[in-house]
Design a protein around this ligand. Structure first.
Ligand SMILES: Nc1ncnc2c1ncn2[C@@H]1O[C@H](COP(=O)(O)OP(=O)(O)O)[C@@H](O)[C@H]1O
Ligand SMILES: [Mg+2]
Length: 344
C-alpha cells in the first residue's frame, strides 16, 4: 500500500460505469463500461501521458483523479491522499484543466478571469495580485494581449494558455490536464508542450491525456496506452517502441475513397496477417501497415499496386522506422478509425 501513497498519482483498478438513456419514445438504459480496471502510477517530477483514442476513458480517469467523479470500484491517490476519502486534501494539491473552453466568464478579460478564480480558490488579495501578474507573464498572455481581451474574443491558443494559468493559480505540485492541446494550431500546441516541459523541470508533476501519438512520443517521460477502458501497455516511449523493434512501418498516402482504403486495409491484414489502419490526415487518407522488416519492401510494392488497381491515387509511399502509433496499431490490431486520431 505504501507505494500507492508515495507516488504522485496512483490509480488502482478503477472501474466506472455510465448509464446512458437511449431512445425517446421507448427509452432504454444502456450500461457503458468507461473504465474496466485502470491501474497506473505516476512518480514525482515527470510528465505522464495517458494516450488513447476518443472514448478510451481518458476524461473519466482525469475526473476521478480530480475528485469530480467517484469510481464504482477501485481507488485513486493523488499526492498520497485518497480521492474519495480525502478529496479536500487532494484538491489543495492539484491544478486541473478539463477542456480548453470550460468554465470561464466570456465577458471578462483574461486578467479578470484569473483574479476571480484566485479569489474563489482563497488566495489573499496581496498574493493574488502578484500571482496573477506572474502567470500572465509566464504564459505569455501579455505578449498576446490576452490579459486585456475578453474571453469570448480569444483564440483557442489564448484560451488554452489561460486554462493553464488558472490551473497554476494555487501553485499546486500536481497538474491534471485533459487534452490541453486539443484543436490548437501547431505553433500553439508546441508552445503549450514547451511550457509543460518547463514546468516539469521546475519540479511539477503532470498527468496529461492525448490522442496524439506524436505528442505522447515527444512530450512524455512515460506513457500509458488506454484502450476501451483498460491500460494495454505502459513504459517510456523508447521502451514501448522496443515492442516493435523487429518491425517497420509502411506508409501510403492516398487520395480517393475512404471506404475502398478500409477495404484495402482489411485485405492486406488478412492476406499477410499484419496489422494496419486507416486515418484521415492533412486532406489525404493514410494507410499504415506494420510488417516484419524482412518483408516490408516487397509488401510496399504489393500495396502500391493493389491501391492503384482499386482506383486510389498514391501520392506518397515509404517504409520507415516504427513510431508510437505503430505500437498502438500492433497492440489493438489496427482497424480503421475516425479522424479523431489525426495529429492536431
Ligand atoms: N456522461 C456520460 N454518459 C454516458 N456515457 C459516457 C459519459 N461520459 C463518457 N461516456 C462514455 O464513456 C466512455 C469513456 O469516455 P471518456 O472518458 O470521455 O473517454 P475519452 O476522454 O478517452 O474520450 C465512452 O464510451 C463515452 O461515450
Ligand atoms: Mg476526453
Amino acid at each position: 500500500m505504501d507505494s500507492l501513497s508515495s507516488s504522485a498519482i496512483a490509480a488502482n483498478k478503477l472501474v466506472k460505469y455510465y448509464w446512458e438513456k437511449k431512445g425517446f419514445l421507448k427509452p432504454t438504459i444502456k450500461k457503458v463500461e468507461a473504465l474496466r480496471g485502470v491501474s497506473f502510477r505516476v512518480e514525482w517530477g515527470i510528465i505522464y501521458g495517458l494516450l488513447g483514442p476518443n472514448g478510451a476513458g481518458k476524461t473519466t480517469t482525469v475526473k476521478i483523479l480530480a475528485t469530480l467523479l467517484e469510481p464504482d470500484s477501485g481507488e485513486a491517490f493523488v499526492a498520497g491522499y485518497s480521492t474519495t476519502r480525502e478529496p479536500l486534501e487532494v484538491r489543495k494539491r492539484i491544478g486541473v484543466m478539463l477542456s480548453v473552453e470550460r468554465g470561464f466568464f466570456w465577458r471578462l478579460t483574461g486578467r479578470e478571469n484569473l483574479k476571480y478564480f484566485g479569489m474563489l480558490y482563497g488566495l489573499s488579495s496581496r498574493v493574488l495580485e502578484e500571482r496573477v501578474e506572474e502567470l500572465i507573464e509566464l504564459l505569455g498572455l501579455r505578449e498576446l494581449g490576452a490579459d486585456k481581451k475578453k474571453f469570448e474574443d480569444m483564440s483557442l491558443g489564448m484560451k488554452a494558455r489561460l486554462g493553464l494559468a488558472r490551473a497554476l493559480l494555487k501553485d499546486p505540485p500536481v497538474l491534471l490536464l485533459d487534452e490541453p492541446t486539443l484543436g490548437l494550431d501547431p505553433p500553439s500546441a508546441r508552445y503549450i508542450r514547451r511550457l509543460l516541459r518547463e514546468l516539469v523541470s521546475q519540479g511539477k508533476t503532470i498527468l496529461v491525456t492525448t490522442h496524439n501519438m506524436f505528442e505522447a512520443e515527444t512530450l512524455c517521460d512515460r506513457v500509458g496506452i488506454i484502450h476501451r477502458g483498460e491500460i494495454i501497455a505502459e513504459g517510456s516511449p523508447r521502451e514501448l517502441k522496443k515492442r516493435v523493434a523487429k518491425k517497420l512501418s509502411i506508409l501510403l498516402r492516398l487520395v480517393g475513397s475512404y471506404r475502398v482504403t478500409e477495404e484495402l486495409s482489411r485485405w492486406v491484414s488478412s492476406r499477410n496477417s499484419v496489422s494496419s489502419r486507416v486515418v484521415e490526415r492533412d486532406r489525404a487518407i493514410e494507410l499504415r501497415v506494420v510488417a516484419d522488416r524482412a518483408e516490408s519492401e516487397q509488401l510496399l510494392a504489393v500495396l502500391v499496386k493493389a491501391a492503384v488497381d482499386r482506383g486510389l491515387k498514391v501520392i506518397e509511399s515509404r517504409v520507415e522506422e516504427p513510431t508510437l502509433e505503430d505500437v498502438f496499431i500492433e497492440l489493438t490490431g489496427g482497424g480503421s478509425v475516425s479522424k479523431e486520431y489525426s495529429e492536431s
